[in-house]
Design a protein. Structure first.
Length: 378
C-alpha cells in the first residue's frame, strides 16, 4: 500500500507522539508499504526530504518552533494542511490516509479523504480527546460536538490502550480497535538487574520522562518526596527528563522543599540519548492522569525497570507483579508507594524480570500489523 501519514508535528520536535510515528512508519515500511509523512514545516527544515526510506513533506501552516504548539498553531494546521494534502493525494494516489491524533490531523484527514475518496483512519492518543487533562481540556470540551463529528466521519479508528471508555463517552456508538503503544524490544539492551545491584549501598534511582505539564503528575512527585521521612528520602533519587511550562514551578518547588539532592531536572534529551538513563536507573515512575499507554513507561519496562504508576487505564495494564499502583491525585498515596519501593529492594530483581516479560507484548512488529489491517479496505 501507499500510505500518507498526517501529523501536526514530526522531527526535530521531541514528543511521545513523534516517537510513536517514527517507530510506526519504520515498521510499516519494513512490511513493504510506501510511506509518506505530511507534517508542519519548521524554520530550518526542508520542505521535502527522504530519511531512512521515508519521504517527509512539510507544509507551511504557521508553526514557528519545535516547542509546544499553541492552540492557534494547531488550528492553523488542521485547516491549512487540507489544500496541500488534497493536491498531493490527487498527484500520488495513495491507498490510505492515517492521521495521528483526532485533533488537528483528524480534521485534515477527514476532509481530504472525503474530497478524494481515499480511505482515512485516525489514531486517538489522549490529548486529542475531551476528558483528558491536557492544557486544551476546556477548549476541547467546548468543541465536543465538532470533535465527535470528526470521529463519526473517519473510515477507521485506532484508540490507544486505556482510552476506550473516554472515546465511548465522546460517542457511544463509536467503533474502534484498541492498539498498544510500542517499543522495539529487539533494540533494547537492559543492564542485568541482580539482587546485588539493587542492594548496593546508596540511594535507588527512579527515572521519569515526559513533557512538564500538569496531567503528567510531576508536581505530585515533588510533593510526595517532601512527605517522606528523611530516612526514606535518603534512599531515593528521582531524575526528571523533559521540558515544558511547569519547568520553573518545579525548580522553585524543589528549592523550597530543599530537595535538590533528591530530585533532579535534567531537561530535554533526544530519544536516541535516553538509553544510558534507562540503563542506570533502578526503577521508573509515571504518575499521570489517563492518557493511554505511556511510550516511555513501555520502554522502561523493556529495559527491565520495576514500575511505580498511577492506577488509571493505560497505566495499570503494564503492572502485573512488577511494580506498584497508587491512587491518582493523592501525594500521600504516592509517598506510600515510594516507601514501599525502597522497602522492596530484595524484590526488585524479580520485578525487573517481570517488567521485561510484560514489555514483550508491546513490541512494534505486532502493533504495526494492527495499523496495517486498519488501513486496508474491508
Amino acid at each position: 500500500m501507499k500510505i500518507f501519514v498526517i501529523s501536526h508535528e514530526y522531527e526535530p520536535i521531541v514528543s511521545g507522539g513523534v516517537t510513536l510515528m517514527k517507530n510506526l512508519v519504520r515498521e510499516l515500511a519494513a512490511l513493504g508499504h510506501d510511506v509518506t509523512i505530511l507534517t508542519a514545516h519548521l524554520p530550518g527544515t526542508k520542505k521535502e526530504e527522504e530519511v531512512d526510506g521515508i519521504k517527509i513533506v512539510r507544509f507551511r501552516t504557521g508553526r514557528k518552533s519545535d516547542g509546544n504548539a499553541s492552540l492557534f498553531e494547531l488550528v492553523q494546521f488542521g485547516f491549512r494542511a487540507i489544500g496541500p494534502t488534497v493536491k498531493l493525494i490527487k498527484k500520488e494516489q495513495p491507498d490510505a490516509l492515517l492521521s495521528i491524533f483526532l485533533v488537528p490531523a483528524g480534521l485534515t484527514g477527514v476532509i481530504a479523504g472525503r474530497r478524494t475518496n481515499t480511505r482515512h483512519v485516525t489514531f486517538i492518543g489522549g490529548s486529542d480527546l475531551p476528558g483528558v487533562g491536557s492544557k486544551f481540556k476546556a477548549i476541547l470540551g467546548a468543541l465536543r460536538y465538532f470533535i465527535r463529528n470528526i470521529l463519526k466521519r473517519c473510515d477507521g479508528v485506532l484508540v490507544a490502550e486505556g482510552l476506550e471508555e473516554i472515546v465511548k463517552d465522546l460517542w457511544a456508538k463509536a467503533e474502534f480497535t484498541s492498539v498498544k503503544n510500542g517499543t522495539n524490544i529487539r533494540q533494547i539492551t537492559p543492564k542485568a538487574k541482580t539482587k546485588a545491584s539493587f542492594s548496593k549501598k546508596g540511594p535507588l534511582t527512579l527515572l521519569t520522562i515526559g513533557r512538564l505539564i500538569e496531567r503528567k503528575g510531576f508536581l505530585y512527585i515533588v510533593e510526595a518526596m517532601r512527605l517522606l521521612p528523611e530516612k526514606v528520602r535518603q534512599n531515593l533519587n528521582i531524575q526528571i527528563i523533559g521540558y515544558g511550562p511547569l519547568e520553573e514551578e518545579l525548580e522553585d518547588l524543589i528549592a523550597e522543599y530543599n530537595l535538590q539532592a533528591h530530585v533532579t531536572l535534567i531537561g530535554k534529551v533526544r530519544p536516541e540519548n535516553l538509553q544510558k538513563y534507562y540503563q542506570n536507573a533502578d526503577g521508573y515512575i509515571f504518575y499521570s492522569q489517563p492518557e493511554g499507554n505511556s511510550l516511555a513507561m513501555v520502554e522502561a519496562a523493556g529495559y527491565g525497570l520495576p514500575l511505580i504508576t498511577s492506577d488509571v487505564p493505560g497505566n495499570r495494564e503494564l503492572i502485573n507483579g512488577n511494580g506498584i499502583l497508587c491512587k491518582w491525585g493523592d501525594e500521600f498515596s504516592l509517598a506510600t508507594a515510594l516507601k514501599k519501593f525502597v522497602d522492596a529492594r530484595n524484590k526488585l530483581p524479580d520485578w525487573s524480570t517481570k517488567s521485561r516479560k510484560i514489555a514483550k507484548n508491546y513490541d512494534w512488529p505486532a502493533i504495526a500489523s494492527v495499523y496495517e489491517k486498519a488501513l486496508q479496505k474491508p
